[in-house]
Ligand binder design. Sequence first.
Ligand code: SAM
Length: 232
Amino acid sequence: MSYTFEAVGRIHSPYREKFGIPRQPSLAPSARVTLELLPPYNQPDAVRGLSAFSHLWLTFVFHQTAERGWTPLVRPPRLGGNAKVGVFASRSTHRPNPLGLSLVELLDVDTRAGVMLTLAGADLLDGTPVLDIKPYIPFVEARPDARGGFVDGPPPTLAVAWSETALAQLAALPAPPPGFAALIGEVLAQDPRPAYQDDPARVYGVRLYDYNVRFSVAAGAATVLEIRLTTP
Ligand code: SAM
């Protein structure tokens, strides 16, 4: 059985590369993402009533990794990158059909020119194609008693400190994106490093908006070292 789907919308996100994107939605609530509906779906009628819901399910394509195929066993970062589980027991991006599912908070529905949805806390790369949007229905879908398998609880987080240089650079940004400092803190607290790396001398860079945020990690704490404008 084979089906073809068309994107109903496209994501505009501060996450300009995979590295640094939190592994699930809501872990970086300061991330502001816009979902632009595409023709012929970008009509006010298609979202009538949506603003009455606080949260949405998005079905999307892992478009950047879609070509990589899949394997029946995957190594979730949450298990340290060593233990294997079945792909269908995971949220891995490498799936037979490269589809993602994220629960996001809906902040605004703007139908003045096409349809733009403002979302909080999405774990989505800039340019992600969205296949479907559905309202979250709390009385059916909120199950606090559910078992969470190997992800039973939030991941451990890092403390985040700022160097004098990074603080001065942040203060000097001519038009900083809203909530930029909070977003940097939330992203680094998630410890974006690969599971097997623990080198305090290593400097990493995470791309957020048009900036490269350089940081290092030592003794359970991340330090923001520098904020550089990325060259196009
Ligand atoms: N919440 C979704 C789910 O459960 O299906 C995604 C979980 S997946 C583990 C989250 C990761 O997907 C992010 O950390 C990011 O690296 C990756 N990602 C996000 N958007 C992507 C895209 N468009 N293409 C490929 N990878 C993407």
